[in-house]
Design a protein around this ligand. Structure first.
Ligand SMILES: [Zn+2]
Length: 378
């Protein structure tokens, strides 16, 4: 396959007019100029690395809690419309018994070949989080980080748990070590800690913070919290929900100014109602109302996951901070690929997987290619 006449965003530079040759699942060559070879003419559109969503609960009527082999595939097919080529399936807080069941279903799905974007595993968000910053997680089911449970769940999932978000102040460092020693990315979030409490686990190797500013203690001048620590530690990657709803524009600018394009990864945190009509839905056991891109708990009006698409969040962050395309590609793809040690994806380079999104000049998705196959075409 050849994709030609595009502005190619490579890690080092933007090729103003070039073409990419794809053989099987991989990028075979990246070339400047035009070609007479037959291929897909993208007419000056942007060619970017496919987006990687490290934190997505669902959309299009599917989520972890209601998924099965077929339904997970419905999600993986639909999310390709957003330019996503790889993602981590996020969970909410569930009972032990429910998680056993859901993880069994998920394991079955992971044995199949995804029809659209490729799922790379689980991002477990809860139950190891704090009551004070629970967000849309069921308070009755919250518990302190528990190695035995994590081990059991990871076994049931087929060793597919790749990220665990937990309140690191609720454990003594042993849970952090468990994650690191088992190739699970420890991610700090949903915590009411004071900023200085972050250091203990940072020194053990924690370098990831779950959706900064959402579900955490913030930037108070006398009682700085987790958001402050996440900003202060320059080599900590922060997830950002840049939908324009979860974080005010001035804070989006502040995060960008302090962290820079190298230490941000855009996520959606979207839930099952993304892509569906407005109305009442459920997150785990809790009822929510979706209106446009906003989802709130019916009981208390707290924001409960998101309903914006990945490409929306990309456009929104770019517009708010006037981000260069080469930097944007780090925030959508390569930063999280590095964080997850994915050597074969996350950037447009020879020999990497052909995970590519083609975007028009307004950054709307025209074409998504996952591992050399067209998985969405407008
Ligand atoms: Zn989430």
């Amino acid at each position: 396959m050849i994709i030609k006449n595009g502005k190619i965003v490579t890690p080092k530079k933007v090729i103003e007019n070039g073409y990419i040759e794809i053989i099987d699942s991989k990028i075979f060559s990246i070339n400047e100029g035009s070609t007479n070879l037959e291929g897909i003419d993208v007419n000056g559109a942007w060619i970017m690395p496919g987006f990687i969503d490290a934190h997505v609960h669902g959309g299009y009527g599917v989520d972890f809690e209601t998924g099965n082999k077929e339904r997970f595939n419905v999600f993986s097919k639909n999310v390709a419309k957003e330019g996503v080529t790889k993602y981590y399936q996020a969970t909410v807080t569930n009972s032990e018994k429910d998680n056993n069941k859901y993880l069994t279903e998920f394991n079955e799905f992971m044995k199949t070949k995804n029809k659209g974007a490729k799922c790379l595993g689980i991002h477990m968000e809860g139950p190891f989080i704090s009551k004070e910053k629970k967000g849309a997680h069921d308070q009755k089911l919250l518990i302190a980080p528990n190695i035995e449970l994590a081990k059991k769940w990871n076994y049931i999932s087929g060793n597919n748990i790749k990220i665990i978000t937990f309140a690191s102040d609720l454990q003594d460092g042993s849970f952090t070590k468990y994650c690191i020693n088992n190739d699970i990315l420890p991610s700090v979030g949903h915590s009411n800690m004071e900023a200085k409490e972050f250091e203990k686990d940072y020194l053990l190797g924690i370098k990831h913070v779950c959706h900064i500013f959402n579900g955490m203690s913030g930037v108070d001048q006398r009682k700085p919290g987790l958001a402050t620590a996440a900003l202060n530690y320059s080599d900590v990657l922060v997830e950002v929900i840049s939908d324009g709803i979860h974080i005010n524009n001035e804070i989006l600018k502040l995060i960008y100014k302090i962290k820079g394009p190298e230490q941000i990864c855009i996520i959606t945190d979207s839930m099952n109602a993304k892509g569906l009509d407005d109305g009442k839905y459920k997150i785990g056991n809790l009822e929510v109302i979706k209106k446009g891109m906003t989802v709130k708990l019916t009981s208390n009006g707290v924001l409960a996951g998101a309903a914006a698409t990945f490409d929306h969040n990309v456009r929104y962050y770019k517009k708010t901070c006037n981000i260069e395309m080469i930097d944007l590609a780090k925030m959508t793809s390569s930063n999280i690929a590095k964080q997850m040690k994915l050597k074969d994806t996350g950037s447009i380079e020879v020999n990497k997987l052909a995970d590519i999104v083609v975007l028009d000049n307004e950054l709307k998705v025209l074409l998504t290619i996952g591992e050399g196959q067209i998985i969405y075409k407008k």
